[in-house]
Write a protein of this length. Structure first.
Length: 323
């Protein structure tokens, strides 16, 4: 942040004390919900927090995410809209999958209790004397962006009720709608400059991450999600069936044309009609293929024009803010 660092929520708005105080003399020994992450082992604590919130792959891809996603951190559908478009919420604990969607699924990382603690933020992510040292900066920027996403995921009380369902509990069960709103209130004031590059964007499509990841990360894919063979091949069954049917139609039309050429004087009046119909079927199939490919290229061009226009507008907006 450009000004003096402050906790993004007040002490009264905190939702958790952030520590497990079940040890000897009631001293805080571990994070809430993570009894194996001891606070006296600073290196292990820092490693844990980095693995929970910092994604190096997405930070490497961040300068190029404008090519595959809407250039807005607010490009996140609320939970009720996720259901409306037929997506199922899948719990993930990996920061690399938070708000990544794949066909009819979207992956969301639940809010941990310790990150809702004022004392945790002040001690480990804000204070200059933080035990985490300079490693706290990347963790803080990632955590700020991560929590800010819940402003968009939970916009209505109906979203909050969905977030508390036992099948995909995204927020603590004892939390109320009013307390949640009080907690996230000031996160709306956080700018994109205050968070890591990944959270300058909202939802990300996994298929595009995998495609562009080959060129940016120099790997075969960004993330591999194993599936049953039947589920995997079912995605290709429709296109393969269409291609097979189109090829069969073309071959049948060619066979008719050849048969017409080889026919003698029988039914000579009908032969020209057969010949022209066969040619029309062949040309129609080729035309349909050209139209499909052309439409796909048109849609890709539209997306690129929109992305470039947004990128230009964002650059102009940043220049105005810094002027």
């Amino acid at each position: 942040m450009t000004q003096k660092l402050e906790c993004p929520f007040s002490y009264d708005a905190q939702l958790s004390n952030g520590f497990n105080t079940s040890g000897l003399n009631g001293l805080p020994i571990a994070l809430v919900g993570h009894p194996l992450v001891r606070l006296d082992d600073v290196n292990k604590l820092a490693n844990f927090l980095e693995s929970e919130y910092v994604c190096e792959d997405l930070e490497r891809m961040a300068p190029h995410l404008w090519m595959l996603s809407t250039q807005s951190s607010a490009s996140i559908r609320p939970l009720h809209r996720q259901r409306l478009v037929g997506r199922k919420v899948i719990i993930t604990e990996s920061p690399r999958l938070h708000l990544v969607w794949y066909y009819d699924q979207i992956y969301i990382k639940p809010l941990p209790a310790y990150l809702l603690s004022y004392s945790f933020w002040q001690t480990y992510l804000i204070s200059e004397s933080s035990p985490l040292g300079t490693r706290r900066h990347a963790i803080r920027r990632s955590a700020l962006g991560y929590i800010r996403t819940f402003l968009h995921l939970i916009k209505y009380e109906s979203d909050f009720e969905i977030a508390q369902e036992a099948s995909a509990r995204l927020v603590p069960a004892e939390l109320t709608w009013e307390r949640f709103c009080a907690f996230v209130y000031k996160f709306s004031e956080i700018n994109d400059a205050d968070v890591c590059g990944r959270y300058n964007y909202g939802e990300l499509r996994l298929t595009r991450l995998n495609f562009y990841g080959m060129f940016i990360l120099h790997r075969s894919e960004y993330e591999y999600l194993p599936a049953q063979y039947a589920t995997y091949f079912n995605r290709y069954f429709g296109p393969l069936l269409f291609a097979f049917a189109a090829a069969s139609l073309e071959l049948s039309a060619m066979q008719v044309e050849i048969a017409v050429e080889q026919t003698g004087g029988f039914a000579t009046a009908i032969l020209p009609a057969f010949r022209w119909f066969s040619v029309a079927v062949i040309l129609g199939g080729i035309l349909a293929l050209i139209l499909l490919v052309g439409y796909a290229l048109y849609m890709i061009a539209i997306e690129w024009v929109y992305a470039l226009k947004q990128r230009h507008q964002n650059k102009a907006r940043r220049k105005q803010l810094t002027a």
